[in-house]
Write a protein of this length. Structure first.
Length: 318
């Protein structure tokens, strides 16, 4: 196992995304830095955390593997994080149309051009830690109303992405780029085919005979697990799991803010962050403290006599 860093929340990178500056530029010394302690987390989850807390538009294809890494860093920036994660897998980053692409130099050499039609300008917002690419094609078809032909590509290959109010054409163009596809017009819709230009590279377009990782999600879904909190309209994500289904990976803390985020991996493979005051578990658990070694929560447990008692529970990082 290789030890690597992970971090979140980069105001500097947000500025880069809006200005079009190359991500490879020299790191600004004023960029926020973080203390991180994480154990056995996947690289795809790291990218998801960066995108989530940093509110960044990021798309990575199947070339980003879910390699497990550890994190022990007293002071690290977001640019350093991305550099370590990508270099470890021989990948690069490229900023195009406000989207940070992650993939091989080969696949990112050109952005897959996408037809410019009115329907393809509709905005799309998506967030997937690991999803089969066929789901992304289904999202595009649902938003635009255009048919999508994916018969010549392997749509089971996973992708990791977060996009906010991105046009459908840029959304699907980014996915096609990182997956090594080309986009063609077909009968009022689009057709994906392997990008023939990538044959010159060491990483050819994915075919049906290629061994691939399994995506966490293979279909669109909603958090429909029951929540026991009748006083709130919407439960927090961690309230849909039993505590036994949540594995604490560690914490992330900004050096300019004393508040810590605890990081959990759920039984289904999804990774979540939580802060003091958040609820978790099915017994009305509320996080009271997050420390360098674990966290303390308080639960409401109903006894045989029907009475409710508060119980403190300490959860140590693994």
């Amino acid at each position: 196992m290789v030890t690597y860093v992970k971090t979140v929340l980069s105001l500097i990178l947000l500025g880069l995304l809006s200005s079009g500056t190359s991500v490879g530029a020299a790191e600004d010394q004023t960029e926020p830095r973080f203390e991180i302690r994480l154990k056995n987390i996947s690289a795809t989850s790291v990218v998801s955390l960066v995108a989530d807390l940093g509110r960044l538009n990021i798309v990575a294809g199947d070339e980003l593997k879910s390699k497990r890494v550890d994190v022990v860093e007293r002071s690290i920036s977001l640019q350093q994080l991305l550099s370590h994660i990508t270099k470890d897998q021989n990948l690069v980053t490229r900023l195009d149309r406000g989207i940070l692409l992650i993939g091989s130099q080969c696949r990112l050499s050109t952005f897959s051009e996408f037809p410019d039609q009115t329907a393809f300008r509709k905005p799309i917002s998506v967030y997937f830690q690991s999803v089969a690419s066929k789901v992304l094609a289904e999202v595009f078809a649902k938003v635009t109303g255009a048919p999508v032909n994916v018969l010549e590509i392997n749509v089971q290959v996973p992708a990791t992405l977060r996009l906010k109010d991105t046009s459908a054409r840029d959304y699907m163009g980014a996915v096609a780029t990182v997956q090594g596809w080309s986009v063609l017009l077909e009968n009022g819709g689009i057709k994906f085919v392997p990008n023939g230009q990538l044959k010159k590279c060491g990483a050819p377009a994915v075919g049906f005979g290629t061994k691939i990782e399994t995506a966490i999600a293979s279909k669109l879904w909603t958090a429909d697990r029951p929540c026991r909190v009748p006083t709130r309209k919407k439960c927090m994500p961690l309230e849909h799991y039993n505590l036994e289904e949540l594995r604490p990976l560690g914490y992330i803390q900004s050096l300019s803010n004393p508040a810590r985020f605890a990081i959990f991996e759920a039984r289904d493979g999804l990774v979540y962050l939580a802060r003091v005051g958040d609820y978790m578990g099915v017994n009305f658990g509320k996080i009271l403290r997050i420390t360098p070694t674990g966290l303390v929560i308080i639960e409401l447990i109903q006894g045989p006599d029907g009475k409710w008692d508060e119980q403190l529970k300490t959860i140590n990082y693994q």
